[in-house]
Ligand binder design. Structure first.
Ligand code: ZN
Length: 428
């Protein structure tokens, strides 16, 4: 023990010696400058003929002059907005376009992570540079996050949750052991499974507190208030936040009472719960647009025509709930709930928010500053300001006049000061 401590001290000393012996004239990283016709900085200011100066992966300055010696990428007359944040994805849900719905399962995790690069790439192409990924099998999300962070895979910054907690949903079969994953019934199991996700390296906890997924828009609450409360307490005790999935109003009410950090999907949230969310700063992530996608893609995904009216009715109620939440002052963040072939449409949710009564400025905030606040990363993402990550979506048009400039006209994406998708031309 003593020897180990000595060794540690020695190692520390050496590290500091090395740091001091670096030559003082080590070359500073070369400055990059990106010029735009317009910059919407995510802090309420619109800059004309803007220059964003980048040092390493961070913004060094925002202004109108190009520093001497900087490598310049002139993107005028295009507009830049902060790299967009999608707070509800499932990047590891891969769909093989050449296979039938019945042939999609059964891939080994290694294969899935490799194939899921396509989802990550399409997400970048939509201008999204950060995602909160809410549920994956086999810790594929943790692997993707780490590969992306070390530069071995192209993709958005991922904040992941491992297995989403869910209740038992099928009877036991003799001799067959269901892989445990996120299965948890009752307070002690919930507490254990939350701890398992944190131990595996999850950034967030995800809990499925109601039925409802794909073309199933049922709203039955599955977890009790006590189970949700236990999950919230364990997560918060470890400094982690928790997102609770509920398709219905009852589950949303108990999720809010239990102190969730965000409520996903829900329709029919009652007025008292909305008021409580506004007061306590609990986020609503409506994910209206994923049901639009399910209807559009239902033939490919193998969903029956007869369920379309129920899914459409859910969309209408979802929009109405967004309208009421927005009026009640609830913080709303953009989550696509993108799965399968929806990647690349990550930001279409903003068009739904306009339908529900938001101004373009308010809608854009749900994918920038508001989303950053949900992530607890207000100084790093969702803004373009000195010290923030140099994440930018470069678009054609003025999103404050027409939100489709963001949702459908992304030209290229810059993440950490590097062009990661689309065509930003050549630096000079
Ligand atoms: Zn989801």
């Amino acid at each position: 023990m003593k020897a180990l401590r000595l060794l540690c001290t020695f190692a520390l000393l050496c590290a500091s010696c090395l740091a001091q012996s670096q030559p003082a004239s080590a070359p500073a990283p070369k400055l990059k400058a990106f010029r735009f016709g317009k910059l919407i900085d995510g802090r309420g200011k619109v800059w004309n003929d803007a220059v964003v100066v980048v040092k390493g992966d961070r913004v060094d300055a925002v202004g109108s002059t190009v520093p001497e010696g900087a490598e310049v990428t002139d993107l005028r007359p295009l507009t830049a907005v902060p790299g967009l944040i999608d707070v509800h994805t499932h990047l590891t849900y891969y769909w093989d376009a050449n296979a039938s719905p019945q042939q999609q399962g059964g891939r080994l995790p290694q294969m899935l992570v490799f194939l899921a690069q396509e989802n990550a790439r399409k997400t970048l192409e939509s201008g999204v540079t950060t995602v909160r990924d809410l549920g994956a099998g086999d810790y594929n999300d943790i692997v993707m996050r780490d590969l992306i962070n070390r530069g071995a895979m192209a993709g958005p910054r991922m904040f992941v949750s491992g297995y989403g907690l869910h209740v038992s949903g099928r009877p036991p079969r003799p001799g067959y052991v269901v892989p445990p994953g996120g299965n948890a019934d009752g307070v002690p199991e919930v507490m254990r499974v939350v701890r398992e996700q944190i131990g595996a390296g999850a950034d967030w906890i995800k809990m499925y507190a109601s039925s409802g997924t794909g073309f199933d828009v049922s709203t039955h609450q599955t977890y009790t208030y006590d189970e949700m409360r236990a999950a919230v307490e364990v997560a918060h005790n470890w400094g982690k936040k928790i997102a609770i999935h509920s398709y219905g109003g009852n589950g949303a009410r108990d999720a809010v009472r239990a102190g969730a950090d965000s409520v996903e999907h829900a329709i029919d949230i009652d007025d008292a719960t909305l008021a409580d969310m506004a007061k306590r700063g609990i986020f609503y992530v409506p994910t209206v647009d994923h049901n639009r996608y399910y209807i559009d893609a239902h033939t490919q995904l193998g969903y029956p025509d007869r369920q379309i009216p129920a899914v459409q009715a859910y969309i209408d109620k979802n929009l109405e709930t967004v309208r009421r939440a927005h009026r009640a002052g609830v913080k709303i963040a953009m989550g696509s709930d993108a799965v399968y072939t929806m990647f690349g449409q990550n930001t279409r949710e903003l068009e739904q928010f306009i339908k529900a009564g938001m101004t373009p400025t308010e809608a854009l905030a749900t994918a920038t500053s508001r989303a950053a606040a949900l992530m607890g990363m207000e100084k790093d993402i969702g803004i373009v300001a000195p010290g923030s990550f140099a994440d930018l979506a470069v678009i054609d048009g003025d999103p404050l006049a027409d939100i489709t400039a963001v949702t459908r006209h992304v030209r290229c994406t810059i993440k950490g000061g590097a062009v990661v998708a689309g065509d930003c031309g050549k630096a000079k």
